[in-house]
Design a protein around this ligand. Structure first.
Ligand SMILES: *[C@@H]1O[C@H](CO)[C@@H](O)[C@H](O)[C@H]1NC(C)=O
Length: 487
């Protein structure tokens, strides 16, 4: 029985309505590291939209917090600061043996990402066996993002086609067999290291990390009917490739570039793969990347514990689904922040088909058709939990809390994902200075329903002592900023 009701019962008066407040009390004594940021992978959307004048508008929209006019609408920039660049696996030339790439009949050309190493005769990236003019659109969006302050990761969905047993960059014929030829483990590492070196020398991009695999334990990368680039790797093969990659990066002086691994589809697969790396491979890995395709399922807490025990960083490097309202996105992201304690979160494709896209787009025709509610839901997080802030224990799974020591600013993001409205109270009683009583708490609100309000700012919430509260309509996300907070 809540305390307020207990008092009423004791004095023998049961009022008709006594609602115990739902109070969230963040704990500044427990922290989960420095937030590295928010991002998107480039690949297909940047291949389609990365050229021309609209590329600059999109870069401003995604990689700044400015107000940007897009398709005649004024939008809050998302302020993403992580960009993942996809090293392509496709080319249409014959290799020195006369072999050519085998293509899945189901892969659209916009998803055939161009490879830089088109001929295996020379590992030297200055020879004509390497073509650096391809993939101009994705490279342009990479540059625009980095010019706006983003950090970059290089990732691969499949090794280049000629390194593969079946020459098919959509996967092996059965999906469950390794497709990278055993004599090409180092070649895949050389490919990625040469791209990282070229980017540093010629593109103005020093990759923060390199990821050699994408969902490598999956058995759904099947060459005969794949719709994208993909490749299965056994864990022992991953360990070997990681060793080569470490050697190739350091021999090129790329000492600030870490290796991330292995972008498994789910939290549980990531935990399993992590437990099977050789100790040599594990020692070369700087960060565990995991994808969020287990949504509400999976043991995020188990993965967090395993990664922490291994002394690595942890990112959710890929998330996406088809719920355009943003309700699924916000719910699953809250679960990440509460249980997984990742220090970055990366959306897969910001421009994509209806539901998946933050902006609805057809990449094949390079056309867009509107901004999804999901865009504004994500803005509630990305514009307020900024890189460099410290993530604090929030006290409740529907709430995320971040703190900026230099500006003494506390950001609180909370969701009500129930179908009825709810009053939520926030207590800063655990802070040394819980802000200034009576001060304005800035508030932003987005309803996670189609047609709902979109990232509106309100000046209607005030600290009373160390607490404040707000009435959350059904399926609503709110962000609060409290000034003058000291831990
Ligand atoms: C408080 O509200 C949150 C968010 O809706 C909910 O998850 C939690 O169960 C509520 N707590 C109580 C005690 O009702």
């Amino acid at each position: 029985m809540p305390p307020s009701l207990r008092v009423a019962a004791l004095v023998g008066l049961l009022p008709s309505v006594v609602l115990a407040a739902n109070v969230t009390t963040p704990n500044p004594g427990t922290t989960y590291g420095t937030w590295d940021g928010w991002g998107t992978s480039l690949a297909w959307w940047a291949n389609a939209f990365g050229g021309g004048s609209s590329a600059t508008t999109l870069a401003n929209l995604f990689f700044t917090t400015e107000t940007v006019t897009f398709d005649g609408v004024s939008l809050p920039g998302l302020g993403l600061n992580i960009v993942r660049y996809n090293a392509g696996a496709c080319s249409f030339n014959a290799d020195p043996d006369g072999d050519t790439m085998v293509e899945s009949p189901d892969i659209p050309s916009i998803k055939q990402m161009a490879a830089f190493w088109t001929n295996w005769e020379s590992t030297d990236p200055t020879t004509s066996d390497w073509t650096w003019t391809v993939d101009a659109n994705q490279r342009n969006m990479l540059s625009l993002a980095v010019q706006r302050g983003a950090i970059a990761e290089l990732f691969s969905n499949s090794p280049v086609w000629w390194m593969l047993y079946n020459l098919n960059p959509s996967g092996s014929n059965d999906g469950s067999s390794d497709n990278l030829e055993s004599w090409n483990y180092d070649q895949h590492a050389i490919y990625l290291a040469n791209i990282a070196q070229k980017a540093k020398e010629s593109w103005g991009v020093t990759f923060t990390s390199v990821e050699a695999f994408n969902e490598p334990s999956a058995t759904y990368w099947v060459g005969t009917d794949g719709t994208q680039e993909g490749c299965h790797f056994d864990v022992s093969t991953m360990s070997s490739v990681i060793g080569y990659l470490s050697t190739e990066l350091s021999s090129r002086g790329l000492t600030s570039t870490i290796i991330s691994a292995s972008d498994e589809e789910t939290y549980d697969l990531a935990t399993s793969t992590l437990s099977q790396y050789t100790s040599a491979a594990l020692s070369k890995i700087g960060r565990i990347n995991v994808h969020g395709y287990e949504y509400g399922g999976g043991r995020r807490d188990t993965l967090y514990s395993a990664v922490k025990a291994a002394g690595k960083k942890l990112w959710n490097s890929e998330y996406g689904e088809s719920d355009a309202t943003g309700l699924s996105l916000a719910s699953n992201l809250m679960l990440d922040l509460y249980w997984l304690h990742n220090t970055a979160w990366v959306y897969w494709q910001v421009l994509d088909v209806e539901g998946w896209g933050l902006i609805t787009a057809d990449i094949n025709s390079a056309t867009t058709s509107g901004v999804a509610q999901k865009y504004f839901v994500l803005a509630q997080f990305t514009r307020h939990i900024r890189p460099g802030m410290t993530i604090l224990s929030s006290g409740q799974a529907n709430t995320a809390v971040a703190y900026d020591a230099s500006s003494k600013l506390l950001a609180i993001v909370a969701i009500n994902n129930a179908a009825s409205s709810q009053v939520l109270e926030f207590s800063l009683s655990e802070f040394a200075t819980p802000g200034t009583s009576g001060a304005l708490v800035s508030r932003w609100e987005t309803q996670m329903v189609s047609g709902g309000i979109q990232y509106e700012e309100f000046s209607d919430t005030f600290l009373s002592g160390s607490t404040f509260s707000a009435t959350f309509p059904a399926n609503t996300i709110m962000t609060f900023e409290v000034s003058n907070v000291v831990l």
